[in-house]
Design a protein around this ligand. Structure first.
Ligand code: ZN
Length: 313
C-alpha cells in the first residue's frame, strides 16, 4: 500500500513549541536544543520567528540564536515571518528559507498579524519583488487555520483554493496546510488535500498538525495516503498559538517519527537520538507539558517474563 518515498519531517518545536511558553527560554538552551535536534538527523528546523518582540518576546533573541548556529551546515534553518520587516530581519540573520504565514481565516489573520489575508498576500508579493530576486532564498507559504478557525469555524475549500491560486501565480510552489487549532479530522484532511492536488498538482504540499483533539497522527497518516511527504512536528508535542483560543500542542516529533519508522517508512531520523533531545527539553523546561507518548513510554522492548504464580501475590 505504501510507497518508499522518503518522509520529510520539519521540526517546529523551537518556534511553535516555545512561543506559547510563559517564560523566556535562555538563548543558549535554544541553541543547544536545535543542535540536538539536528544531531538526530532532522534536516529542516524552524528556528523561531521574526515577529514583533512586544507581541512574542520569546523570539527577541533570534539574531543571537542564528549567530550561535552559524556552523550548522547540513540543516536548513527556517523562520516564520508575517511581513517584509520580518523577512528582512530573517535574511540578515542568516536564514535562507522563509516560512511566510497567513491565516486563510480573515478573523484569525486580523487577530494574529493585524492584516487581512489579502494584505498578507500583498506583503508576500513585496517580499518577492524587493528581497528575493538574485538571492538563493527559498520560501514556503503556510496557510494557517486551513482546517478550521476558532472564530469562523470550517473554512470553505474554495477559499483555500483561491489563496493557493494567488500564491502559485506569485511563483511559490511550497505550501503547508496548517491545522492551527486542531479542528481537522481524516475525512476533512482528505477532501482538502484532494482538492489542492487536483487543481495545483505542481505544488509541494506539506501539513502542520496540532493534536488538540487527539487526531493529529490519524490526520498525518491520511495526508500521507493522499501523497503528502512533508510533515511539521514539534519535539515533546509542545505548541499552541497565542492568538488561537483553545489551541494546544503540535503533533509530537517523537510519535510521528515512531509511527512512520514502525511502518517501514524512512524518515532519516534516529529515534534514540531524538529521545535524547526530548530528555534535554525536559531537563531545561521541567514544567513544560511534554505530551509525547513515546517519550513517556519509551521505545518498544521486551521485558523479562516471570511466572507470577510463584510470586505469592
Ligand atoms: Zn502550529
Amino acid at each position: 500500500m505504501y510507497s518508499d518515498n522518503k518522509i520529510h519531517i520539519i521540526e517546529v518545536g523551537p518556534r511553535d513549541g516555545l512561543q506559547n511558553l510563559s517564560g523566556f527560554v535562555e538563548t543558549e538552551n535554544k541553541i543547544s536544543l536545535i543542535r540536538r535536534l539536528a544531531e538526530s538527523g532532522i534536516r529542516e528546523i524552524q528556528a523561531g520567528a521574526f515577529v514583533s518582540h512586544r507581541a512574542i518576546p520569546q523570539f527577541s533573541d533570534m539574531e543571537t540564536v542564528m549567530a550561535g548556529l552559524r556552523d550548522l551546515h547540513d540543516v536548513t534553518l527556517t523562520a516564520l515571518v508575517p511581513n517584509i520587516q520580518g523577512a528582512r530581519a530573517a535574511m540578515a540573520s542568516g536564514i535562507r528559507k522563509l516560512d511566510f504565514f497567513f491565516s486563510v481565516s480573515r478573523s484569525h489573520n486580523l487577530n494574529n498579524v493585524r492584516q487581512t489575508p489579502q494584505e498578507s498576500l500583498t506583503a508576500l508579493k513585496i517580499i518577492r519583488d524587493e528581497l528575493l530576486s538574485g538571492t538563493d532564498m527559498t520560501v514556503r507559504v503556510d496557510f494557517a487555520t486551513a482546517f478550521g478557525c476558532p472564530f469562523e469555524g470550517t473554512i470553505k475549500t474554495d477559499v483555500i483554493l483561491d489563496y493557493l491560486k494567488q500564491v502559485v501565480s506569485l511563483g511559490f510552489r511550497e505550501v503547508t496546510l496548517c491545522d492551527t487549532v486542531g479542528f481537522g479530522h481524516p475525512a476533512l484532511v482528505e477532501s482538502v488535500i484532494a482538492a489542492c492536488r487536483k487543481h495545483f498538482p505542481e505544488v509541494a504540499l506539506g501539513i502542520h498538525l496540532h493534536n488538540t483533539r487527539g487526531l493529529a497522527l490519524a490526520n498525518a497518516l491520511r495526508a500521507y495516503d493522499m501523497g503528502v511527504r512533508s510533515f511539521d512536528a514539534a519535539i515533546g508535542g509542545l505548541g499552541g498559538c497565542p492568538f488561537a483560543p483553545g489551541a494546544s500542542g503540535n503533533v509530537a516529533t517523537e510519535d510521528m517519527v515512531f509511527m512512520f519508522e514502525a511502518m517501514g517508512l524512512a524518515t532519516g531520523i534516529d529515534l534514540p537520538a531524538l529521545l535524547r533531545a526530548s530528555q534535554y527539553l525536559h531537563d531545561i523546561l521541567p514544567d513544560a507539558p511534554i505530551t509525547s507518548a513515546l517519550f513517556r513510554a519509551g521505545l518498544p522492548g521486551k521485558v523479562e517474563f516471570r511466572d507470577r504464580q510463584n510470586d505469592g501475590c
